[in-house]
Design a protein around this ligand. Structure first.
Ligand SMILES: Nc1ncnc2c1ncn2[C@@H]1O[C@H](COP(=O)(O)OP(=O)(O)OP(=O)(O)O)[C@@H](O)[C@H]1O
Ligand SMILES: [Mg+2]
Length: 285
């Protein structure tokens, strides 16, 4: 393994891509007549992500998954705690450094319809980050756009088209290509398939699994769909009411979750851990 290492335990281990220490987020919601109430969306969360890992964040609606994801990119400011990205505390980054952080940590959202600028062709959507962050021009730019479209399974002819000319699944492929354009160290996927038809969901999940293997990507995958998490993730963090209750390996989660709550989630999804239909069909053929 190349790249930065720490020697804290006398062993050469890669520095975590991300270290989250005691992070909390309290929202103050303004009620009528000045009445305010506080919502603790994330409560004292700590975890780390190692290079090449796929970390799944699960939990019921409102448990704080998206807020935690947004805190990592500094789309929200934490009320307490510390977030280190590639060994740097992100709290005080401004200007160029903050832009670099956001390039290094890409987020892919649930709704590919809103995530793309409707008046921008695919070529422009991909060319902009490549020009700004990677300074590509001319033939090198053309080649990289073609490569990105190819690895997400879109044809080169997609370049001249607008987002509305694509299906939901294809749009999510465009969003992925755009995220990959920046060669991010970490990709935060927030329910990336839940707005898609079930058959398309499986295709996108398979693509995510393939891309992770091909490019050694590091994911945080947010979902309340455990069967999806089971396909993609090596480790799983279980959230409930803002708290990160339990962090386990996927295999441990399947055979023996620690908490009662995690067990109830697992028991509700008997198919967790089974391969996707596409994989099964390929093997049977
Ligand atoms: N900007 C905000 N202002 C006030 N409260 C907020 C804000 N964003 C989130 N919350 C509250 O924080 C809590 C966690 O919300 P969050 O969106 O992180 O949950 P989630 O786990 O992503 O849910 P879902 O599965 O439905 O996407 C909820 O109670 C939500 O209402
Ligand atoms: Mg959410």
């Amino acid at each position: 393994m190349t790249g930065p290492v720490d020697r804290d335990e006398g062993v050469r281990r890669p520095i975590p891509v991300l270290e989250v220490r005691g992070v909390s987020k309290v929202f103050r919601s303004g009620g009528s007549f000045g009445a305010q109430h506080m919502v603790t969306a994330v409560k004292d969360a700590s975890f780390e992500i190692r290079p090449g890992e796929a970390f799944g964040l699960i939990g019921e609606s409102g448990s704080g998954k998206s807020t935690l994801g947004r805190l990592l990119l500094r789309l929200e400011e934490p009320t307490a705690g510390q977030i280190m990205f590639m060994g740097t505390d992100i709290a005080h980054l401004t200007g160029v450094q903050l832009r670099r952080l956001r390039a290094g940590m890409q987020m892919v959202f649930q709704d590919p319809f809103n995530a793309l600028n409707p008046s921008m062709t695919v070529r422009r959507a991909l060319a902009e980050p490549l020009k700004i962050h990677r300074k590509l021009r001319g033939a090198a730019l053309d080649a990289e756009i073609a490569r990105l479209l190819d690895i997400v399974g879109l044809s080169a002819s997609a370049q001249g088209r607008l987002p509305r000319e694509f299906s939901g699944g294809q749009r999510q492929r465009i969003c992925l290509a755009r995220a990959l354009a920046l060669q991010p160290k970490l990709i935060v996927l927030d329910e990336p398939t839940s707005a898609l038809d079930v058959s398309v969901q499986a295709q996108i999940i398979n693509l995510l699994v393939d891309l992770k293997q091909q490019l050694n990507l590091t994911y945080i995958f947010i979902s309340h769909d455990l069967s999806v998490i089971g396909q993609v993730c090596d480790r799983i963090g279980v959230m409930r009411r803002g708290e990160l209750l339990e962090i386990t390996s996927r295999d441990q989660f399947i055979v023996n979750p620690e908490t009662e709550y995690a067990r109830s989630l697992r028991d509700a999804v008997p198919e967790i851990g089974r391969p996707l239909p596409d994989f099964a069909a390929e093997k049977a053929a």
